[in-house]
Design a protein around this ligand. Structure first.
Ligand SMILES: *Cc1c(COP(=O)(O)O)cnc(C)c1O
Length: 366
């Protein structure tokens, strides 16, 4: 037997595999999973109802172009169908973009605590991930522009960003775009756009419409509650969409996901309910946690970043304390935020349970 073994391309062995939010607690208590920014309201009843009908169609290949779904997305967002593409989760689109536009010797730029998938996608393609420092856990456009080099090929901006929950106003996104060379692709990851209620926020449609180098990605995993089915989409310039279609899998969106997302996108009343639930809880939780001595960013998403640094207790101890009570939050040490935990907003009872448990935890030993 020869001792020479197959070797992956450079960069791949530098990847620390992505670990999702935990789904289990440590005690016997009923588990409340608040670790992956899923909606506590589940998916639209209309989307759920499609699953039964699909049981008789599992032997059929899906529509490779996801055409009905693309039509519905185009309709709701007033976009042209040919400018859209669906992905197996928006994660797939982030990977496809990187596969297409960055390789060895190229740089992929994002902010310091930017979504982890950008780094993974860069390394998987042998490209170099570059992180620009943030200010107050928020993207700093000047720092991003200062980090651009002649090797930069892609700039990823999660707006709002996960796990920090912070956003930059659209005027800042435009300033970032204006400062980039026209051959750099700016990817606006707007996974939480539906949750944002700020007059100066825009997901990016108008910037995509007037540029040749901006792509916006969206997902059905967050407010639409279809994480399990893996489906996202992107809106971009024709040339970029064409490139992504060439390299995607021929049947990248399974048939169940296509029909469920089609129903979900039509049920905007359900989306509105999820938004209202979030609007109610975001300020209550933010103020409550701040009152306990935690530092909390001004999140505009469906989750909060809780910093234990000034409490004299560690986030690890807090995570364990909550986990014993079935309350599963997200450890964000992989983002370099070791003193923090991220909490997704849950149902009323879940949120009360976390507030009560954290109050008890922080008062222990005082
Ligand atoms: C959750 C999330 C996504 C969505 O991922 P999917 O693959 O669509 O489930 C994308 N970007 C950010 C910043 C996220 O937090």
């Amino acid at each position: 037997m020869s001792s020479v073994i197959p070797t992956p391309k450079s960069g791949i062995l530098e990847i620390t595999p992505y670990v999702g939010g935990k789904a289990k607690g440590t005690g016997g208590a009923k588990v409340v999973k608040l670790s992956s920014n899923e909606t506590p309201l589940g998916a639209s009843p209309m989307a759920r109802a499609t699953l039964k009908d699909m049981a008789d169609k599992l032997h059929l290949y899906p529509d490779g172009g996801s055409s009905e779904l693309i039509e519905a997305i185009a309709d709701i967002h007033s976009l042209a169908q040919e400018d859209l593409i669906c992905g197996n989760g928006s994660d797939e689109i982030l990977s496809l973009v990187t596969n297409a536009y960055a390789g060895p010797g190229d740089e992929v730029l994002f902010s310091q605590h930017g979504f982890l998938v950008y780094e993974l996608a860069a390394l998987a393609n042998g490209a170099t991930p570059v992180k620009a420092p943030e200010k107050n856990l928020t993207t700093d456009v000047d720092a991003m522009l200062a980090a651009v080099t002649e090797k930069t090929k892609i700039v990823f901006l999660a707006n709002p960003n996960n796990p920090t929950g912070t956003y930059i106003p659209f005027s800042e996104v435009e300033r970032l775009h204006a400062g980039l060379r026209s051959d750099i692709l700016l990817v606006l990851d707007a996974a939480y756009a539906e949750y944002v209620r700020k007059a100066d926020y825009e997901a990016g449609v108008s910037l995509v419409a007037k540029s040749n180098n901006v792509l916006m990605t969206r997902t059905f995993s967050k407010i639409y509650g279809l994480s399990a089915l893996r489906i996202g989409w992107a809106y971009g310039p024709k040339d970029v969409i064409d490139v992504l279609h060439r390299i995607r899998g021929p049947f990248n969106i399974n048939a169940v996901a296509q029909v469920a997302a089609l129903e979900a996108v039509k049920d905007q009343d359900f989306v509105e309910k999820a938004r209202e639930h979030n609007d109610k809880w975001l300020p209550i939780l933010t103020q409550s946690f701040r009152g306990m001595g935690l530092k909390v960013t001004d999140s505009v998403g469906n989750f909060l970043l809780l910093d234990f640094a000034e409490t004299g207790k560690s986030s690890k101890e807090a995570e364990a304390f909550l986990s014993e009570r079935g309350l599963v939050l997200r450890d964000v040490a992989s983002y370099g935020l070791d003193t923090c935990l991220r909490m997704s907003i849950g149902l009323d009872d879940d949120n009360h349970a976390v507030m009560d448990a954290l109050r008890e935890f922080l008062e222990q030993g005082k």
